[in-house]
Ligand binder design. Structure first.
Ligand SMILES: Nc1ncnc2c1ncn2[C@@H]1O[C@H](COP(=O)(O)OP(=O)(O)OP(=O)(O)O)[C@@H](O)[C@H]1O
Length: 305
């Protein structure tokens, strides 16, 4: 198994009588882009705040770079975050915003602002005050600010919220570049699975404060890819039949479904083979599930579930 950079154990945050985050145990591998997906109010921001040290857990534990408890304060500088807006000084230029933060953190060096602006694709912005930037530019500057001090983990809370398609693409490219070229591990939240799926290597799905599922991108794609869905009473009995037919990519989904991810056009022959082996098939059809449908089903369907 790949090395874990971040792990939480039963991480919990209680606000009065409301439990915003409920025993979340998440696992983020070094070098991953971890998509943290959940509807509004699911508990994403609160979780990210605890991981970044901006809120303290009511219960549970965070292990980051192998450090826990009090040791965490030593390694917080290895975490850069953009949570709930970038906190920019509107009348100042991007360079001055970056210079100020890097001086405050004691990491300023000549030309550092240019380097950071280049990384997020804002190299040519000039001296314009940042209050005149588009939302997408502000978000990218927010990412540049989070990069001050060269963190190993970058935490981005809904960085594409409210952006137009071009802004979304720019933030996406920046995230990919940081991950690929600087080997940065990135934890990024969103309520749109489709968007995360363009960059994420792993996912955690949170709903009503509870982490419902963690899965890799391959697992998600498999769940949502085109497949033959076979409904039958005893799927395990069908396994030897599929082996005999040389079918390799299949999954026994539950007690009455098998998903087959190859030879989709051979449903009639397959039906016949099962019948011959004395396994009655109740239904067989080609289906694929949209990513958003998968997410909505998992989180209970209706808009406010
Ligand atoms: N400081 C707070 N005091 C009381 N309740 C809070 C506080 N912060 C968050 N909550 C509540 O905790 C729950 C989770 O909020 P959180 O902001 O973490 O969710 P989220 O998934 O980030 O959603 P959104 O995208 O809408 O911000 C919500 O019900 C929210 O109202």
């Amino acid at each position: 198994m790949s090395e874990l950079l971040l792990q939480t154990r039963a991480l919990t945050k209680q606000y009065g009588r409301h439990r915003a985050v409920d025993q979340v145990s998440m696992h983020i591998k070094k070098g991953a882009i971890y998509g943290f997906i959940g509807r509004n109010g699911a508990g994403k921001t609160t979780t990210l705040q605890m991981i970044s040290g901006l809120a303290s857990p009511t219960a549970g534990e965070i292990e980051l770079f192998g450090c826990r408890g009090r040791e965490l304060s030593r390694i917080r500088s290895r975490v850069g975050c953009l949570i709930e807006g970038p906190g920019l000084y509107g009348s100042m230029s991007a360079r001055d915003n970056l210079k100020m933060k890097s001086m405050l953190l004691g990491v300023y060096k000549r030309g550092y602002e240019e380097e950071l602006l280049d990384i997020v694709g804002l190299g040519g912005v000039g001296k314009k005050p940042v209050k005149r930037y588009s939302l997408g530019m502000k978000q990218r500057l927010g990412i540049a600010l989070a990069l001050v001090g060269e963190p190993d983990l970058l935490v981005l809370d809904e960085p594409i919220n409210g952006l137009d398609p071009q802004g979304i693409a720019e933030v996406r490219d920046t995230v990919l570049k940081l991950n690929r070229e600087r080997n940065m591990t990135i934890l990024i939240s969103s309520h749109i699975l489709e968007e995360l799926s363009k960059i994420a290597t792993d996912y955690g799905i949170i709903h009503n404060g509870t982490l419902l599922q963690e899965l890799t991108n391959e697992e998600l794609m498999e769940k949502c890819s085109e497949r033959l869905e076979v409904t039958l009473d005893d799927p395990e009995r069908a396994v030897p039949v599929m082996d005999r037919l040389g079918i390799k990519r299949y999954q026994v989904a539950d007690r009455e479904h098998i998903y087959i991810f190859e030879r989709l056009e051979e449903s009639a022959a397959l039906n016949m083979a099962f019948a011959k082996a004395g396994i009655p098939v109740r239904g067989i059809s080609v289906t694929n599930e949209e990513l958003e449908t998968y997410f909505l089903k998992l989180t209970g369907g209706g808009a406010n579930a």
